[in-house]
Ligand binder design. Structure first.
Ligand code: ADP
Ligand code: MG
Length: 256
C-alpha cells in the first residue's frame, strides 16, 4: 500500500494532513507514532477510506482506493478503532460475526465459511470460551480482544489498529501486542497501528512512521531513526536512549 502526497482537511479550512506520503510494506508491522493531535488517527482513517482526501492518491495492490467498492475494500483491510461501543446485551460471538458482513450477500444466511472465520477469529483472540458472554461480562482486555476478533473475522490481509493498548494495564497491553505479533508472524497479516508508547512501538514494529502537526517527518526502522534530537523535536522531551542486551533499544524520558 502506498500513499502519495495526501492532503486532508475535516472542514476545508485547516489541513489536518499536509503532503503525506508513505509506504506500507506487505507482511510487516508498521507503527505510527507522534504527539496528541498530530494526525495519526486521521492518517489511519484516510488509508482505510473512512475519510476521502482532498489531494493525493492511495494505491492498494495496483488500484487507487477510489476504485474499490466498499465490500471489496472490506476484504482487503479491517480496522480496529480507538473507541468502540456495542449494545450491552450482545454476545462476543454475535459481535465477531459482524466481521463477516463484507463476505455475505444481503439477507443471506451464514455459511460454513463464515462459521469457520468466526471460530478462527475467536481462537486467535483466545475468546472461544467466552463466545456466549455479553460485552458487560468481560474485562477491558477481553473487550479489546473482541474488537480485534471482529476485524479478524473479516479475513483480510491488512489489519489497522488505532491505539489498541490505551486504557489497558501493563499485563493486557502485553497480551494485545503479543497477539498482534503472532497475527503478523504466524498468520502473515500486514499490520498498521498507532501506538502511544514509543517503547512498545520500538519493540513491536518493523517500521515506524513519525508524525508531527499533520506531516510525516520520519519513516524507517526503529534503529535508523531513534535519536535524542528526534524526541526533542517531535515531543519536546529530553530523553536517554539506552540499549539492553535482551530488550534492545529503549527510551527513558528525562524531562521537558
Ligand atoms: P492523533 O490521532 O494523532 O491524536 P487526530 O488524527 O485524531 O490526531 O487529529 C488530528 C487533528 O485533527 C487534530 O487537530 C484534531 O483536533 C483534528 N480532528 C480529528 N478528528 C476530527 C473531526 N472528526 N473533525 C474535525 N477535526 C478533527
Ligand atoms: Mg488518535
Amino acid at each position: 500500500m502506498e500513499a502519495k502526497e495526501i492532503t486532508f482537511s475535516y472542514d476545508e479550512k485547516t489541513a489536518q494532513l499536509t503532503n503525506v506520503s508513505c509506504e506500507i510494506e506487505q507482511g510487516k508491522v508498521t507503527t505510527i507514532i507522534g504527539p496528541n493531535g498530530s494526525g495519526k488517527s486521521t492518517l489511519l482513517g484516510v488509508l482505510s477510506k473512512s475519510y476521502l482526501p482532498q489531494g493525493g492518491q492511495i494505491l492498494l495492490d495496483g488500484k487507487t482506493l477510489n476504485q474499490y467498492k466498499p465490500k471489496e475494500l472490506a476484504k482487503k483491510l479491517a480496522v480496529v478503532h480507538q473507541q468502540n461501543d456495542a449494545p450491552v446485551d450482545m454476545t462476543v460471538e454475535k459481535l465477531t460475526s459482524f466481521g463477516r458482513l463484507a463476505h455475505r450477500r444481503f439477507l443471506t444466511p451464514q455459511h460454513d465459511e463464515d462459521d469457520a472465520a468466526i471460530d478462527w477469529a475467536l481462537a486467535c483472540t483466545n475468546l472461544t470460551e467466552k463466545r456466549e458472554k455479553t460485552i458487560t461480562q468481560l474485562s477491558g482486555g477481553e473487550r479489546q480482544r473482541v474488537w480485534i476478533a471482529m476485524a479478524l473475522a473479516q479475513k483480510t490481509p491488512i489489519l489497522f489498529l488505532d491505539e489498541p493498548t490505551t486504557y489497558l494495564d501493563m499485563y493486557f497491553q502485553f497480551e494485545i501486542l503479543e497477539l498482534v505479533k503472532s497475527l503478523n508472524e504466524r498468520h502473515g497479516l500486514t499490520i498498521v497501528m498507532v501506538l502511544h508508547d514509543v517503547n512498545q512501538a520500538i519493540r513491536y514494529s518493523d517500521r515506524l512512521i513519525v508524525m508531527k502537526a499533520g506531516e510525516i517527518i520520519l519513516e524507517g526502522t526503529p534503529e535508523e531513526m531513534l535519536t535524542a534530537e528526534m524526541f526533542k523535536a517531535v515531543y519536546g522531551v529530553d530523553v536517554l536512549i539506552k540499549e539492553d542486551e535482551e530488550m534492545g533499544l529503549f527510551v527513558v524520558p528525562k524531562g521537558i
